[in-house]
Design a binder for this molecule. Structure first.
Ligand SMILES: [Zn+2]
Length: 223
């Protein structure tokens, strides 16, 4: 009896060949049913919608030239622990970058710059969400989180912008950390590079309204 693949419609006379058969269509369909596949598809939908295009059903995605770019993007944002993927997508769409260019250090650096310059308040709120999450992990009050983080944890969270200088520089907790003597020379250097003080003093001066709001959150939470 002749068997046929449900995905690519290829026909087989030999049963063992049919059983061994694996085509692109089948692999993509299986992937789309995994968690990662669902995420990749959702990123694709956000991107298509941002372009004001209407072709974003799953079949269209599975057959798209951008399919592999979104698989790579899903792996990238998961493994890099990207801060606020929705804001990152907004940024990528706003910059009109094509999906095959999204996964690079250069693009991520530009995203961090975008957050720092254009999104003070969002950055601070994102940082508060991070502290909240860490509070749950450490099983402590949000106020204590900044006193519990190790230097390398601070560095990672700063690099990815899960914690933003917009929030950190205005907290007692981060000041205490800098003065704690727990940092080695290399770590001091990295943090100074991550937060050039002159530049940040200037940024704060240029955004007085956002700064007042951020300081308001900090005061309320006693950070
Ligand atoms: Zn097939």
């Amino acid at each position: 009896m002749i068997k046929q693949c449900d995905y690519c419609y290829k026909k087989f006379k030999i049963a063992s060949a049919f059983e061994k058969h694996e085509c692109k269509e089948m692999k993509r369909d299986k992937y789309s049913k995994t968690l990662a596949g669902t995420r990749a598809y959702n990123y694709f939908v956000s991107w298509v919608k941002a372009k004001h295009s209407s072709s974003y059903d799953l079949d269209y995605f599975l057959d798209s030239n951008y399919f592999n770019s979104f698989v790579r993007f899903e792996e990238y944002v998961s493994s890099r622990n990207v801060a606020s993927i929705s804001t990152f997508l907004q940024f990528l769409c706003f910059k009109q970058l094509t999906p095959n260019t999204w996964c690079s250090d250069l693009v991520y650096t530009a995203y961090v710059e975008f957050l720092d310059v254009q999104k003070p308040l969002d950055s601070a709120i994102l940082s508060l969400q991070t502290l909240n999450r860490l509070g749950t992990t450490f099983n402590c009050n949000i106020t204590e989180v900044l006193y519990k983080l190790y230097p390398n944890e601070y560095i990672h969270l700063l690099q990815t912008r899960h914690l933003s200088p917009w929030l950190l520089l205005n907290t007692k907790g981060f000041q205490a950390f800098l003065m704690s003597g727990n940092l080695n020379k290399e770590q001091v250097k990295i943090i100074n590079n991550l937060i050039p003080l002159g530049e940040w003093t200037e940024k704060m001066k240029n955004n007085p309204e956002q700064l007042t709001k951020i300081k308001g959150y900090i005061e309320k939470l006693k950070l």
